[in-house]
Design a protein around this ligand. Structure first.
Ligand SMILES: [Zn+2]
Ligand SMILES: [Zn+2]
Length: 188
């Protein structure tokens, strides 16, 4: 990969984003690059264990409603909106869904992805999946996950550490979401 100046290649919404198995075993962001593969059941079991522990740390329980949302995020493999949740979990009242999302976020299990408040979506926290970026359409709200090539990440990490070092700051990670118009929206 020598053409590090190009924008990352988009993956589809059914991308092969995998759960970060090494960390799921322990629930600690330790072995970032161990990429061993686990079965779906093993993955889910570990993820639910992590979810339970992280919620307990903030004095919350891993209720069936919260578990249903986590399972939806695992199977969707891309950021989901409140309407997606309502569609897939019709028995879960919207007010409960909002509360669960707030609590799951406070526990560090999910994160909010949005171009604006109008288009809020949620996905599993990055330490449970893998590092990636988003292309956010400001017109229709479409979110595309992008996993940049290693060269891109290397350049970003270098720029980030220069920027942070100038302030005596120790960077640990970065978030980079690109706002703009998706292919459907800019053609019109
Ligand atoms: Zn769009
Ligand atoms: Zn990155």
């Amino acid at each position: 990969m020598t053409d590090t100046g190009t924008l990352p290649t988009a993956t589809t919404t059914t991308s092969t984003r995998r759960l970060r198995t090494g960390q799921l075993r322990t629930g600690i962001a330790a072995d970032r690059d161990s990429g061993s593969v686990m079965s779906a059941d093993e993955l889910a079991g570990d993820l639910h264990g992590v979810a339970e522990r992280r919620l307990r740390r903030v004095d919350q329980r891993y209720t069936s409603g919260r578990r249903a949302i986590v399972e939806l995020l695992v199977s969707a493999r891309h950021p989901v909106s409140i309407s997606d949740i309502a569609e897939h979990l019709p028995d879960l009242p919207r007010s409960s869904a909002y509360r669960h999302l707030t609590d799951l976020q406070a526990a560090g299990l999910i994160r909010r992805v949005a171009a604006s408040d109008e288009f809020t979506r949620f996905e599993l926290a990055e330490d449970l999946t893998e590092h990636h970026h988003h292309l956010l359409c400001v017109n229709c709200g479409k979110v595309t996950d992008v996993t940049p090539p290693a060269g891109f990440e290397h350049q970003v990490a270098g720029a980030v550490s220069d920027l942070a070092a100038a302030q005596g700051f120790q960077p640990q990670s970065h978030r980079l979401d690109i706002l703009g118009l998706c292919a459907d929206c800019h053609e019109r």
